[in-house]
Design a protein. Structure first.
Length: 293
C-alpha cells in the first residue's frame, strides 16, 4: 500500500514536490512490531520511505469504498432508518405485508451493492455509478417487495432471515468482536439468519414479531448513529482492532449496543400485547352446536 502527499514545491528546483510512504503487507506483524529503518529514498523532490513487514500495508478494509460512498447520503439514510425502525419495532406484525415488502426491498438493495462492489472493486472514482446501482436496486426492491407480499410465507421467511442476520450483527457488536475472527462474524450472522428463516414456517406470528422488532431496533439505533457518531462499523471493526487503528472501545458505543437490546425487547413485548386474541369456544357450547346439525 502506498500513500502519496503531493502539491508541494521543491526548494531546489521550484517544481512540484511529493512525499510517499510505502508499506509492505504482513498480516502476522502487529502495529507495535512494525519494521521501519528511517531511511529516505528516491529523489530530492520526490522522496519516499518504506515500512517493511507491517499489517498497516494490507488491504484490511476492502469494502471501505462502499462505506465512503454511503457517507455522502448518511443524513438521508439515517432519517429513513429511524422512521422505518420505529414502524417495524412497534407495528411489524400488524403491518405484515408492508413489512414483507421491506424485506424484499432490503434484499435487492444489498444485492445491488454487492454486485457493484464485485464489478468496481478496483475503482475509486465511481461515485455516480454507485448511486445508479443503488437506485436500480431500490426500484427492483420495490417490485420484488410487492411480489413477495402475495407470497406471505416466503416473504416472511426472507424478512425473518434479515432479522436473524441483524441479530448476528448485534451479537458481534456486543461481544463476538473481541475474538477478532472474521469467519466467526459471518458464521454468526448466517446461522442466525437461517435459523430465523426456517422457524418462520413453524411459528409465523412469533417470528414476525421477533424479526421486525430486531430489524426495527437495529434501524432505529443505527439511524441515530448517523447523526450522533461514536459508532464503529460492524463490518470493519474487527480489522480496525487487529490493525491497531483503535486500541479501546468508545464508551458511547455501548449505549448503542444497549439501545439495540432495549428497543428489541420493548418492541417484542408491545407487539405481543397487541396480538389479536384467538377466540375459543367452550367445549359444552361446541357440543351443543354440533348436536343441532
Amino acid at each position: 500500500m502506498q500513500i502519496t502527499y503531493s502539491n508541494g514545491i521543491c526548494a531546489s528546483t521550484g517544481g512540484p514536490a511529493s512525499f510517499s510512504i510505502k508499506a509492505w503487507c504482513d498480516k502476522s506483524i502487529t502495529v507495535s512490531e512494525t519494521e521501519y529503518n528511517g531511511i529516505a529514498l528516491g529523489g530530492v523532490c520526490d522522496p519516499y520511505v518504506e515500512i517493511t513487514s507491517s499489517i498497516g500495508g494490507c488491504d484490511l478494509l476492502q469494502n471501505s469504498m462502499i462505506w465512503d460512498y454511503l457517507e455522502y447520503i448518511e443524513p438521508y439514510v439515517g432519517a429513513i432508518a429511524i422512521a422505518g425502525g420505529i414502524v417495524l419495532v412497534f407495528f411489524g406484525l400488524k403491518l405484515v405485508k408492508p413489512s414483507i415488502c421491506f424485506g424484499g426491498f432490503l434484499t435487492c438493495i444489498f444485492l445491488s451493492i454487492l454486485f457493484f462492489y464485485t464489478i468496481y472493486a478496483d475503482s475509486v472514482d465511481e461515485l455516480k455509478t454507485f448511486y445508479y446501482w443503488l437506485g436500480g436496486g431500490a426500484v427492483v426492491g420495490l417490485l420484488a417487495g410487492w411480489f413477495l407480499a402475495y407470497f406471505v410465507k416466503l416473504g416472511a421467511a426472507i424478512l425473518a432471515g434479515w432479522g436473524g442476520f441483524m441479530l448476528g450483527l448485534i451479537l458481534n457488536e456486543a461481544f463476538l468482536y473481541t475474538f477478532e475472527l472474521v469467519w466467526l462474524f459471518w458464521t454468526a450472522n448466517v446461522v442466525c439468519a437461517l435459523v430465523c428463516a426456517v422457524l418462520t414456517f413453524k411459528i409465523f406470528d412469533h417470528m414476525m414479531i421477533f424479526s421486525t422488532a430486531v430489524i426495527g431496533s437495529y434501524g432505529l439505533v443505527r439511524g441515530v448513529s448517523c447523526y450522533a457518531g461514536h459508532y464503529y462499523n460492524e463490518f470493519v471493526v474487527i480489522e480496525l482492532l487487529k490493525s491497531g487503528a483503535i486500541d479501546q472501545v468508545d464508551p458511547y458505543y455501548w449505549g448503542y449496543v444497549g439501545g439495540f437490546v432495549v428497543f428489541a425487547i420493548i418492541g417484542s413485548w408491545y407487539q405481543f400485547r397487541m396480538m389479536p386474541k384467538k377466540k375459543t369456544t367452550h367445549p359444552y357450547h361446541q357440543e351443543q352446536a354440533n348436536t343441532m346439525y
